[in-house]
Ligand binder design. Structure first.
Ligand code: HEM
Length: 433
């Protein structure tokens, strides 16, 4: 297992599915893991039998990282359900009231940053992280930051470090092989240090918030749950909502550099349908080419490619196979999105498949499903749509001279990211003329 993880775990698990089928079992130390790699088996487990598979594995390192109170790593209990419901309804309220305006503001801010590059070749990943993270920090603390802000840099370096360490085999080995916990482990020591740092930073933000007491997402949550629940909900939203959206934007630009004609088609559609205006989220049904692009990038690079592991909370079955209680389930979303039985030519970037009837969004699971469906799905969908529309309306993305198009294999950890690349954002002056 550790050997497989060294390179690109989603690809390895998908290759194994070609040999052993869309459902197979791995034994890892004292843990039995069942990997699901087609949309049918994923739907059966996550949606149809959601109440059987809504648990999270009990993990030694997970309980340390989550203080026993996080939504993403917490097991399916009454308190967990109340916690999730509360944060979900607060997010829904934001979506209805202010999210659109918040995303528009940060899209325009990103536009100004890109304009300031004046056509030089740059790596945009940090700008995408700042935009995605500003949406969450605006909702959570009513605060937004510049790329140069020390506070933002501290927050991100800490959260990124936790996610990176968490995805490392040095850490996952501690969950599977308890004896290893007795040995010195410098990676684990670093993780513990970063968790303390994270808690100090979030604590400071929340105290500032309490002083300001503005109208924000946590006001509702604060009145109903313990301080630790509020704290961990903030961490969940920041971790879940920053690197995912930013990685997706980066993938979109990387794929478009391989097929510039797709970029032109989206631009023409934006110009024709909206007459040069920026779109509203309610315009999405009028922009099929843009939607096809979004779906195709979500299909090819689901940024959480293996979701988050689930646990069977009772004896059950998937595809007729008996699944005992406590089995760990890995929904291999990457595998399902590359299933040749569903997606002709599955490894090619062809947004047009969604326009020609060759791609059904029913077989897409980029946000998981059922009781553990991504909590930020509605936020993410609005962000992907508006950020992409604003970027492609205002800029043409081109490769620097003599530079090859980005490597599309990616680096897979908890989040699947594209390798760093530079791009030129050429302003489209005289919109849609
Ligand atoms: C969980 C995908 C953006 C917050 C997940 C899961 C996936 C996912 C696959 C795991 C589902 C499972 O366990 O079966 C994505 C993608 C995103 C995105 C593809 C953007 C492109 C966001 C955003 C937020 C967020 C913007 C916050 C505003 C969360 C949380 C969970 C989660 C809190 C844990 C849910 C739970 O365990 O019940 N996401 N996500 N995500 N996501 Fe997202």
């Amino acid at each position: 297992m550790m050997e497989l993880g060294r390179d690109h775990l989603p690809i390895h698990l998908t290759n194994l599915a070609q040999r052993y089928g869309s459902i197979y079992r791995l034994i890892c130390g004292n843990t039995t893991i069942v990997v699901l790699s087609s949309s049918e088996v994923i739907r059966e487990a996550l949606v149809k039998k959601w109440s059987d598979f809504a648990g999270r594995p009990d993990s030694f390192t997970g309980s340390i990282v989550s203080a026993g109170c996080s939504i993403s790593l917490g097991d399916y209990t009454e308190v967990w359900r109340a916690h999730r419901r509360m944060v979900h309804s607060a997010l829904q309220r934001c979506c209805q009231k202010s999210l659109h305006e918040v995303i528009e503001r940060h899209a325009l801010r990103m536009r100004r940053v890109l304009m300031d590059y004046k056509g030089t070749a740059v790596d945009l990943s940090e700008d995408f992280t700042v935009a995605a993270s500003n949406v969450i920090t605006t909702l959570a603390f009513g605060k937004e930051y510049d790329k140069s802000s020390l506070e933002l840099q501290q927050l991100h370096s800490c959260l990124n470090e936790i996610v990176a360490l968490w995805g490392s085999s040095w850490i996952s080995a501690l969950d599977s092989f308890p004896l290893l916990r007795k040995l010195p482990n410098p990676v684990f020591a670093r993780l513990l240090k970063e968790v303390v740092r994270r808690d100090d930073i979030i604590q400071k933000h929340l105290s500032d918030y309490k002083v300001g007491m503005k109208t924000m997402i946590l006001k509702v949550v604060m009145s109903m749950l313990t301080h630790t629940h509020v704290h961990m909900a903030t961490v969940d939203l920041l971790i879940g909502g920053t690197e995912t959206t930013a990685a997706w934007l980066n993938w979109t630009i990387a794929f478009l550099l391989h097929r510039p004609e797709v970029q032109s088609r989206v631009y023409e559609e934006l110009c024709t349908v909206l007459d040069g205006q920026y779109p509203k989220y309610s315009d999405r049904h009028r922009l099929p080419v843009l939607n096809a692009l979004i779906h195709e990038v979500l299909r090819l690079r689901p940024v959480a490619p293996l979701a988050v592991p689930h646990r069977a909370i009772r004896d059950s079955s998937i595809a007729g196979y008996f699944i005992p209680k406590n089995t760990v389930i890995i929904p291999n979303l990457f595998g399902a999105h590359h299933d040749p039985a569903v997606w002709p030519d599955p490894y090619s970037f062809r947004p047009e498949r969604f326009l020609e009837g060759g791609g059904s969004t029913r077989a897409l699971f980029p946000f998981g499903g059922g009781a553990r469906l991504c909590l930020g799905e509605s936020v993410a969908k609005m962000e992907l749509f508006l950020f992409t529309a604003y970027l492609l309306r205002d800029f043409e993305f081109v490769l620097p001279d003599k530079v090859p198009a980005p490597d599309l294999k990616g680096v897979a950890s908890v989040v699947l990211k594209v390798k760093p690349f530079k791009v030129i954002a050429l302003p489209r002056l005289g919109h849609c003329s």
